[in-house]
Design a protein around this ligand. Structure first.
Ligand code: KG4
Ligand code: ZN
Length: 355
């Protein structure tokens, strides 16, 4: 089965073509980071306009790559189009969804609306061998990005039970905001990682979130405020070596919170076979090293290519939905971008999972 994936929820336009949900035939991403960097964050109007410029050339490049290969795939060979329906910036989402609707309607193909956050989890499974990916479920899946810090219990490929989320800032958002306060470029996450690799995390004390042993909810605003107050009190400019030590200590505490919560969740759901970490922050090598060996079960991270937003993960989840629900369910393209989600009654729910 061939699925075309389309992603345009935030600041990356992406198109990908997958065979049977796991074999990536072509995957193209156009990042807008350089366009937003001068503003220190994503500007929704610029994002929508950039998606408009990029989406057709990306689609052409993906089809060219797939068509030039041995299999000589054409648009008529595709079984379905999967596209991010939400969550995301409305103007940005509309570009991908309108493009996908046009393709699907003109070629009489099913059109599958995809939840971006759930898709990140399938992006993490893409890099694993078939056997390891099959054995990974049921799992605890942590999606840790600029917009989300969500922990799911995933029993089967389409069953996402949200068991914890952040009470305030997302982890990536906190990294980006502290990066900005330290004068680092946007987005702060990778720059903080770079600075932290040169610093000593033991030189600067960090506050630990006051939490009950069973508390699963995440929180990053306290850590962010602590960093803001520390930066305000220091004489400017802060010496480079001190910035490196601050980044190392701050980053370690931000990730230790994730690991503590995962440990609580693992005790609460002892039947899970693995932990899956996904989203942009999963690209961080220090976080990967801290997680390795932290749990008694395997901990899977995505290939670097599938940490940040991409369309391979959209097609991967689309394939599971098409396989399970059948094409007829997706022939009606009469749906909108979030918040109206037409398939919410099918296994997708935000209910608390019971241990
Ligand atoms: O998943 P993503 O590309 O977009 C969203 O859906 O939000 O995640 C972007 C987030 C940003 O906060 C960025 O700073 C963070 O991922 N990020 C990182 C690294 N690379 C990206 N955070 C820490 N270390 C990195 N290497
Ligand atoms: Zn994302």
């Amino acid at each position: 089965m061939l699925i075309l994936g389309i992603e345009s929820s935030c600041d990356e336009t992406a198109v990908a073509l997958l065979r049977n949900g796991r074999q990536v035939l072509a995957s193209k991403i156009s990042s807008q980071i350089a366009r937003h960097a001068p503003f220190g964050g994503v500007v929704p109007e610029i994002a929508a306009r950039e998606h408009l410029n990029s989406i057709q050339p990306l689609f052409d490049a993906v089809m060219h790559e797939a068509g030039a290969g041995e299999s000589r795939i054409r648009l008529s060979d595709i079984d379905a189009v999967a596209v991010t329906q939400g969550p995301g910036l409305v103007g940005a989402l509309l570009v991908g969804v309108s493009f996908a609707k046009g393709l699907a309607l003109a070629n009489n193909k099913p059109l599958i609306p995809i939840d971006h956050v759930h898709a990140h989890i399938h992006g993490a499974l893409l890099g694993l061998s078939d056997d390891v990916a099959r054995a990974a479920l049921p799992c605890l899946a942590l999606v840790v990005s600029g917009g989300h810090t969500n922990l799911y219990l995933v029993e089967t490929p389409l069953d996402f039970k949200l068991i914890a989320h952040t009470a305030d800032d997302a982890c990536g958002e906190c990294l980006d905001k502290v990066g900005k306060l330290l004068g680092l470029p946007y987005p702060g996450g990778p720059w903080i990682e770079q600075q932290a690799s040169k610093g000593n995390p033991d030189k600067i004390a960090m506050p630990r979130m006051v939490e009950k042993k069973s508390q699963m909810e995440f929180s990053y605003s306290g850590l962010k405020t602590h960093m803001a107050q520390m930066i305000m009190r220091l004489p400017q400019p802060i010496p480079e070596s001190q910035i490196a030590d601050m980044c190392a200590a701050f980053q370690r505490e931000a990730f230790q919170q994730l690991i503590r919560k995962l440990e609580i969740a693992r005790r609460r759901f002892p039947h899970v076979q693995s932990i899956v970490v996904a989203g942009g922050v999963a690209a961080n090598q220090a976080f990967r090293s801290m997680s390795a060996g932290a749990f008694k079960i395997p901990c899977h991270f995505p290939n670097q290519a599938y940490c940040s937003d991409n369309a391979a993960m959209i097609a991967a989840l689309g394939w599971h939905m098409l396989k399970e629900l059948g094409p007829d369910r997706f022939m009606d393209a009469n749906w909108d971008v979030y918040p109206r989600y037409p398939f919410e009654n099918y296994k997708f729910n935000s209910a608390e999972a019971q241990p």
